[in-house]
Design a protein around this ligand. Structure first.
Ligand code: ADP
Length: 197
């Protein structure tokens, strides 16, 4: 298997680029944000519980998210690889992911981090809020809360993968195609050197 993580703050373009990357590389897109929004739309108990956290700009508890990822793996046993988007968001999630992948005799090949300035991020999120119908994108205070959660809880995940020498920064400003090209270049290089477990 060949597994990648697309990393970056809210609004950095993970969703947009993920769609293009899974097409190009034949990976399965695992977005915990999308899975949670599906649960909310279906009004499942998990969705109803998760909505409270999401609407406050907080993270959904680790055990809920990890359980969701585990059951996604169970449903897609023949995947040739995954592109993780918005996961892991805490060090505990990163450790759990390593364990789940080890059970599948695989690992993370690379973590690609989209680098975007905070001014640009706020602009993009407020813009997205106008059309996405996402309640967490329309409120200034919720957006600010998500940034503070990102710097307190999610940034340490970058350190975790830097220690494992898997972390790569990618310029996340420019046109969608320019950013996609930069990601492809990094992925092709990783693929050429990757030794699967
Ligand atoms: P964005 O990265 O643009 O904020 P996402 O769609 O990835 O959007 O996530 C939206 C919200 O869903 C997050 O603010 C958080 O509340 C929740 N969420 C998504 N993924 C996770 C995760 N891995 N762990 C905890 N909460 C998550």
């Amino acid at each position: 298997m060949f597994n990648l993580i697309l990393f970056g703050p809210p609004g950095s373009g993970k969703g947009t680029q993920s769609e293009k990357l899974v097409d190009k590389y034949g990976l399965l897109h695992l977005s915990t944000g999308n899975l949670l929004r599906e649960e909310i739309a279906n009004k499942t108990p998990l969705g109803i519980e998760a909505k409270k956290f999401i609407d406050n700009g907080q993270l959904v508890p680790d055990e809920v998210v990890i359980g969701m990822v585990d059951s996604y793996f169970d449903k897609h046993k023949d995947a040739k690889g995954f592109l993780f988007d918005g996961f892991p968001r805490t060090v505990a999630q990163a450790q759990a992911l390593d364990k789940l992948l080890a059970l599948k005799k695989t690992d993370i090949a690379s973590v690609l981090a989209l680098d975007v300035s905070e001014d640009e991020l706020v602009k993009r999120l407020l813009n997205r809020g106008k059309t996405s119908g996402r309640s967490d994108d329309t409120n200034d205070e919720v957006i600010r809360k998500r940034f503070s959660v990102y710097s307190n809880e999610t940034s340490p995940v970058a350190e975790y993968y830097k220690k494992a020498r898997k972390f790569k920064n990618i310029k996340g400003e420019g046109s969608v195609e320019e950013i996609f090209a930069a990601l492809r270049q990094a992925i092709d290089k990783t693929m050429a050197n990757y030794k699967s477990l």
